[in-house]
Write a protein that binds this ligand. Structure first.
Ligand code: ATP
Length: 406
């Protein structure tokens, strides 16, 4: 069976992945076999999300009625029901659900009624609490088929420490990154000198290490020194896979979806208030603004080097009329030129214009020239892929260390 859970936390605490890790241990104690623990990130632009729009699914061998009862018991025990925006959902399905629902949940928006229809059709056991919105994520997690996957080991805190400052040794995190990159990523941001894998919210997570396989994340994890942890769970995830992106065309982009978009830079990038950098890209008569916000740090200096005419692929979510850049490919660089009057070959003086369309004239000797001097402006930017730094990376965005997008 697959057990799906979502929407159990609030800004004040809890985390659906922690609840899933506790559930896995209770099921094992009941002599059930937990074959996989899966963590899916869904559409990052869903406004109801508490933090990273995560949902979990456990692949379990055992009695489905008993597992459903235990899952509901744990949600009732641990979910933060006090928050208006916490609407848990629990699903236990013994049949595969249509994976199109997962695809929609990660790239688009879903309705609670559609999740319920799918669950009824599959004869699944399910329970939605309060407004039942968590059934969307729980159903999507159970329906998920991961074409590409990565691993994350999440290390949780002892309950009595929740809400207090976390003690994780900074040097050991940098050492773990150096020893295991590119097989693990985003533990720290070396260029910006920032620890990325330790949250600052009052939830049960102490830190999480992301990477290509359980073996690599566990190796990095073994190098980390910290306060005494509680339980740890290694998750199979869709993080770092670009599962949220779809091909888009400028002029046809929809609010809240995430895209790969091809276009030609239309204007000089501008740095606005707060250090946010913006420029437009065009496709025929249509154009769209691209944004590199201040938290994308050094990525902005790449963006500032674009000039009109550069051919680019922009990747990111389309929100309020802008693509919020996660990654960008400079396909070809424009070759900007400056033109000015030529130098007179007889007296080495720069000529002046002789009137519109009349060429150039030397004021000293009267010589004429028809063509201007044309000089290419050298570019420091190279064609290729560029990405935001680890500190600004979204959960679903595929880091370039995993390979360049096709
Ligand atoms: P948690 O750890 O509790 O899962 P979170 O940041 O992952 O925290 P949630 O609290 O789960 O966010 O809130 C997200 C809500 O949005 C859930 O109720 C989920 O079912 C719903 N949801 C997720 N994806 C979609 C979608 N594509 N369309 C509509 N609703 C969605």
């Amino acid at each position: 069976m697959l057990i799906g859970i979502d929407d159990t936390d609030s800004p004040a605490g809890m985390c659906t992945t922690y609840l899933g890790a506790v559930l896995a241990r209770r099921l094992i104690r009941e002599h059930m076999r937990v074959r996989e623990a899966r963590l899916v990130r869904l559409n990052p632009n869903v406004t109801y999300k508490t933090r990273g729009n995560a949902a979990i699914a456990l692949d379990v061998l055992g009695d489905a009625d008993r597992a459903f009862a235990i899952a509901c018991e744990i949600v009732e025990e641990l979910a933060d029901f006090s928050c208006d925006n916490t609407n848990p959902g629990v699903v236990v399905a013994e049949e595969r659900l249509d994976f199109a629902f997962y695809e929609r949940a990660v790239t688009d928006f879903c309705e609670i009624a559609d999740a319920v229809k799918l669950l009824d059709a599959a004869g699944a056991r399910y329970k939605g609490y309060k407004n039942r919105r968590g059934l969307i994520g729980a159903t999507a997690a159970v329906a998920s088929v991961l074409a590409d996957k990565t691993s994350e080991i999440l290390v949780y805190r002892e309950p009595e420490r929740w809400g207090t400052p976390r003690a994780v040794d900074r040097e050991s995190l940098f050492a773990a990154e150096v020893a295991t990159f590119p097989h693990t990523w985003d533990t720290v941001d070396i260029v910006n000198g920032v620890v990325v894998c330790v949250p600052h919210t009052p939830d049960p997570v102490l830190f999480g290490i992301r990477g290509e396989s359980p073996a690599w994340v566990m190796l990095a994890r073994s190098m980390v020194e910290s306060e005494k942890p509680d339980i740890e769970q290694c998750w199979v995830t869709n993080q770092g896979t670009d599962a949220h992106l779809r091909d888009g065309k400028i002029g046809e982009l929809q609010e809240g979806l995430s895209y790969r978009v091809h276009g030609i830079v239309g204007d000089e990038p501008m740095t606005g208030a707060g250090g946010h950098v913006s420029f437009t890209i065009k496709d025929g008569d249509h154009s769209v603004r691209c944004m590199a916000y201040e938290p994308t740090k050094n990525f902005r200096s790449i963006v500032r080097e674009l000039v009109p005419g550069d051919d680019v692929i922009a990747m990111g979510s389309y929100k309020k009329g802008s693509i919020n850049l996660e990654k960008m490919k400079v396909v070809t660089l424009a070759a900007p030129v400056i033109t000015r009057p030529p130098v007179c070959s007889a007296c080495s003086k720069r000529m002046t214009s002789d009137g519109t369309g009349k060429g150039y004239k030397c004021r000293k000797c009267g010589a004429h020239a028809s063509e201007p001097e044309v000089r290419e402006i050298p570019r420091t930017l190279a064609a290729g892929w560029y990405e935001v730094p680890p500190t600004a990376r979204r959960h679903l965005a595929k880091p370039l260390c995993r390979g360049e997008p096709e």
